[in-house]
Design a protein around this ligand. Structure first.
Ligand code: MHO
Length: 215
C-alpha cells in the first residue's frame, strides 16, 4: 500500500468504541482508524470478554496538513459525555503521543471545565500499549453491509483495519457524514455507481440521527 509521508497518531477513549471510530473515520484528513483496548490495564492481551482494567479506545492516523489535533479534540468533546460516571471499560481519556498533544489536551480540558457546570471525568494519559480489538469490532457499522465490503474488496482482518476507504465508508453508513460530503468525495474514493447509489440511500436514512452504540 502507498506509504503516507505525513501521518500522525491520536488516540481517544470515549465510551463504546464503535461510534467514535465512525465519527473520526469520516473527518477530513483522517487516514485510518482502528479500535482496541488501552489505558490503565497491566495484563497483556486484553480481549472484549476479558478486558481487565483497560478501556475501549479508538486509534487514529491523520494527515497533519489536512486536519489538526485541535480539531480532533473538538470532536472528542462533542461526541461523548465527559461528565458521565462510567466503568473503567467506558472511561473518557485523551492519550497523548507527544508533548504538543499533551499541552493541547490539557488546554482543551481547562476550556471544557470552564464551559460546563458539572465536573469532568476525562483523564489525560501518555499513550502506551494499544491492543487491537477483535475483528468483528473493527468498522463495526460497515460490517453490517457485507455487500459493500464484497464489491470494494475490503477483507475483514488486517485489511479493514488499514483501509482508508473503510474508515470513511464506516462513518458514512453510520450517519456521521453528510450527503453533501459524500457527493464531494465519492469520485476520489473510487466507488462504482451501484455502490454510490446504495451508500446514498443509507446516508439518507441515517444522517442526522447517526447510529450510536446500543447498550
Ligand atoms: N452494549 C453494547 C456495547 C458494545 S461496545 C463495543 C454491547 O454489549 O454489545 O462496548
Amino acid at each position: 500500500y502507498e506509504p503516507d509521508h505525513r501521518c500522525e497518531r491520536s488516540t481517544f477513549a470515549m465510551s463504546c468504541f464503535w461510534a467514535p471510530e465512525a465519527v473520526f473515520g469520516v473527518q477530513p484528513g483522517v487516514l485510518r482508524t482502528r479500535v482496541g483496548y488501552a489505558g490503565l490495564g497491566t495484563m497483556p492481551n486484553p480481549t472484549y470478554q476479558n478486558i481487565f482494567d483497560y478501556t475501549e479506545t479508538v486509534d487514529i492516523e491523520y494527515d497533519p496538513l489536512k486536519t489538526k489535533f485541535e480539531k480532533l479534540l473538538d470532536i472528542f468533546w462533542k461526541h461523548h459525555d465527559p461528565t458521565a460516571t462510567c466503568s473503567r471499560q467506558y472511561m473518557s481519556i485523551i492519550f497523548y503521543h507527544n508533548p504538543e498533544q499533551r499541552t493541547l489536551a490539557e488546554a482543551s480540558l481547562r476550556t471544557q471545565v470552564s464551559l460546563r457546570s458539572r465536573p469532568l471525568k476525562t483523564q489525560i494519559y501518555a499513550a502506551k500499549e494499544f491492543y487491537e480489538a477483535e475483528d468483528y469490532h473493527q468498522k463495526y457499522f460497515l460490517q453490517k453491509y457485507p455487500w459493500i465490503l464484497n464489491m470494494m474488496d475490503i477483507k475483514v482482518g488486517q485489511p479493514i483495519k488499514r483501509s482508508k476507504l473503510a474508515a470513511r465508508l464506516n462513518g458514512y453508513v453510520a450517519g456521521y457524514g453528510s450527503p453533501q460530503d459524500f457527493e464531494d468525495e465519492w469520485r476520489r474514493l473510487g466507488l462504482c455507481c451501484e455502490v454510490v447509489e446504495y451508500i446514498r440511500s443509507i446516508i439518507k436514512k441515517n444522517y442526522k440521527k447517526p447510529i450510536g452504540c446500543p447498550p
